[in-house]
Design a binder for this molecule. Structure first.
Ligand code: MG
Length: 454
């Protein structure tokens, strides 16, 4: 797919991601959906209303009435789509820097479109074979004022509200000026938590921090946890489908550790957990310990969603899925990532233990990353051939869904061509730093030797 990557389409707003582009995406999606009514929402980005207006025009021109939800977290727009049985178009660039914007497409089941459906939209986009309604059959927009409140209500109904309230938690919250600023503070208050916030005014210029919830951007949250003596710190990305945590000492909790802790709480023997081929050893260990099946997909949330749906069709129970970036699925709730729901599931774990204790088992793993660059196709081919040879000869479980992942039981290494830059990325992880470094260095030297012989 050229137009849609593995997580929608994104670009610098008004340069790559122009109103004209969004208009065409909306016409293409509206043509494929053939729905009389379509929801439209956005995050807080400065270009959001400009692009939402373009999308509204495109949807109306194919004949759809447009439910304009305003600023809503992506999972809130998905909840609306599922409840109303209408598809939704979301204007968001998720965690990308402020100057970016993008489009996510959601089906009338509330789930992001599958790769097949995105390809159908992309084909319409490229051929410009759009439906055009007669003048008296074009769609009309109307504002939906309560989408955020309804989203918070359904979150409250979906989690163990009394259990969390009994724990008397203080939550330090950093919605990062994004869409979660309008929903998460009230959600956690209604859960009975004391809530202190930073960066909690919606602001498309993101004056306090960039939308990506990574430690470099979250220093203020760590300090707020310590200053307020909070039990936990919670940060969202720009559209609040992700949640990242700080423990009660103000220390950043790695997303892989959170995923492992939540998976350990959710998984029963015989269940499956779905993640991507760069999955942490922590989740491998949890799956092994609980006798659950670990299913790995190519990197990207669309691939994870597709695999969850396949497994559910085979009656395999998938209680949890996701990646170490804070994007976690609880498919029994909904096959979407939801930062507020994920945070509430983490709060449920804090009823019996401190945050640092909840993730203690999943601390102290060591990750190593190395890149091997290539200059041309010949070098690229040589690198990948060498990675394949290594995989064939290794005494390891090999997964070739997206690059070459070698699982050794106690450690793993992955060699995978970057989707955006001319390099093969090497990842390794083990409990012992030496072990991870050795695995990464071995494959790196093999690849460098192959490149040198081209
Ligand atoms: Mg996001």
């Amino acid at each position: 797919m050229k137009v849609f990557g593995s997580s929608g389409t994104r670009g610098v707003a008004n340069e790559e991601l122009t109103p004209e582009f969004v208009l065409k995406i909306a016409k293409a999606a509206g043509t494929v959906w053939r729905s009389g009514r379509i929801a439209l929402a956005r995050d807080t980005r400065a270009t959001g209303d400009m692009l939402a207006d373009a999308a509204a025009s495109g949807l109306a021109s194919v004949g759809a009435d447009v439910d304009r939800l305003g600023v809503v977290p992506t999972p809130g727009a998905q909840a609306y789509a599922e409840r109303e049985g209408v598809p939704a178009l979301m204007i968001t660039a998720s965690h990308n820097p402020p100057k970016y914007n993008g489009v996510k497409l959601v089906g009338d089941d509330g789930i992001e479109l599958t790769v097949d459906d995105l390809e159908r939209v992309e084909e319409k986009f490229l051929t410009e074979a759009f439906d055009a309604a007669r003048w008296n059959e074009t769609g009309h927009g109307h504002r939906v004022e309560d989408a955020r409140d309804r989203y918070v209500d359904q979150l409250l109904a979906a989690v163990d509200r009394e259990r969390i309230a009994d724990a008397d938690l203080t939550v330090a919250l950093d919605p990062g000026h994004g869409a979660g600023a309008l929903t998460s503070p009230s959600f956690f208050r209604k859960l009975g938590c004391d809530v202190v916030t930073v960066n909690s005014q919606p602001d498309g210029h993101f004056p306090g921090r960039d939308p990506e919830p990574v430690p470099e951007n979250l220093g203020d949250l760590g300090r707020l946890v310590r200053a307020s003596d909070a039990d936990v710190g919670i940060a969202h990305d720009g559209d609040a489908d992700r949640a990242i945590f700080y423990d009660e000492t103000g220390e950043y909790v790695e997303g892989d550790a959170t995923l492992a802790a939540l998976a350990a709480a959710e998984l029963d023997p015989g269940d499956a957990v779905v993640s991507a081929v760069n999955v942490s050893q922590r989740l491998v260990d949890v799956a092994n310990r609980t006798d659950a099946r670990l299913e790995l997909t190519p990197i990207g949330s669309t691939n994870i969603i597709t695999r969850i749906r396949e497994l559910r069709r085979q009656d395999v129970h998938v209680p949890v899925a996701g990646e170490g970036n804070g994007g976690i699925f609880f498919p029994d709730y909904r096959v979407t990532r939801d930062g507020a729901y994920t945070a509430a599931k983490f709060l449920e774990l804090l009823v019996d233990a401190r945050a640092s204790e909840v993730v203690a088992d999943y601390d102290g793993y060591h990750n190593v990353r190395v890149n091997v660059s290539y200059a041309d196709d010949a070098e690229r081919d040589a690198l990948l051939a060498a990675a394949e040879r290594t995989a064939t000869e290794a005494d390891a479980d090999v997964n070739t869904k997206d690059g070459y992942r070698l699982d050794y039981g106690d450690a793993w290494v992955l060699a995978r061509p970057s989707g955006t830059e001319p390099m093969v990325r090497i990842y390794a992880e083990a409990r012992e730093r030496d072990r991870a470094e050795t695995l990464a260095e071995e494959i790196e030297s093999t690849l460098l030797a192959a490149k040198a012989s081209v």
